[in-house]
Design a protein around this ligand. Structure first.
Ligand SMILES: [Zn+2]
Ligand SMILES: [Zn+2]
Ligand SMILES: [Zn+2]
Ligand SMILES: [Zn+2]
Ligand SMILES: [Zn+2]
Length: 238
């Protein structure tokens, strides 16, 4: 269950704003798992090329796994399975706080926003794992940037929408979104030099590519999918 506080707090006020006693603060704590159907909706993923040492950074939780699918399911379990009912909502503001290490994110909207945000942490953690691997393979100098910012993520206010052809499927889980788009790409003629080329069917795009690998690479310009992240400062690399 989420912990509900009505006292002042300085825990998550990185921007320096004060939480007054008129605000009710809901700290989203370790909670009951999500309903089965939500977990079932996460598509299986294979990461065969990069070994992943995925660790949860939610509060004191240090759950570890090497399997992205298991990791995503685990991370989603931290979303509070509680509905917030406000009877006297006039001057009370309710916030759901992300309790991921060094993440200042919060929402005054709904648990679904926190769930989407946590999937972004899962994806970002995967990128940082690939960053660790990449660093160990090459002579990259270690990063001197502030590690305190490593888990600050861009805001993802809406579910992601697939704009491939007439698909329009929506995703709360950014990794599932990327996997889904890769499946669209894989659903084309194989070969190094496909005759006539493979067309990109993303809305408004008329690009044509020699093969599936090149199409997938191009898709990243539509989806902003990143290759890796710096494990020290969290900065993503396109
Ligand atoms: Zn956890
Ligand atoms: Zn967060
Ligand atoms: Zn689609
Ligand atoms: Zn395109
Ligand atoms: Zn860095």
């Amino acid at each position: 269950m989420a912990q509900v506080f009505s006292a002042t707090t300085s825990m998550r006020t990185k921007e320096g704003q004060e939480e007054t006693s008129t605000k009710r603060i809901i700290l989203a704590g370790p909670t009951a798992p999500l309903p089965a159907e939500r977990i079932m909706s996460i598509k299986p993923t294979k990461f065969t090329t990069e070994p992943l040492q995925l660790q949860c950074e939610w509060m004191e939780c240090r759950f570890k796994t090497t399997v992205m699918q298991v990791y995503m399911e685990h991370v989603a379990c931290h979303v509070p399975a509680v509905e917030v009912h406000m009877h006297d909502a006039q001057d009370i503001q309710v916030f759901l706080y992300c309790r991921w290490q060094d993440c200042p994110w919060k929402t005054d909207k709904k648990a679904e926003d926190l769930q989407r945000h946590l999937y972004l942490h899962a994806y970002h953690t995967k990128l940082k794992c690939i960053g660790v691997n990449t660093r160990s393979r090459s002579a990259v100098k270690s990063c001197k940037a502030d590690p305190g910012n490593r888990n600050i993520l861009p805001d993802l206010a809406e579910n992601l929408v697939c704009a491939w052809d007439k698909c329009s499927q929506t995703f709360i889980n950014i990794q599932s979104y990327y996997d889904h788009i890769k499946a669209h790409c894989d659903n084309n003629a194989k070969g190094k030099n496909v005759e006539g080329g493979i067309r990109c069917r993303w809305a408004g795009c008329s690009g044509s590519f020699a093969n599936i690998v090149k199409l997938k690479d191009h898709m990243r310009s539509h989806t902003q999918e990143k290759l890796l992240a710096c494990p020290t400062c969290g900065r993503t690399v396109f």
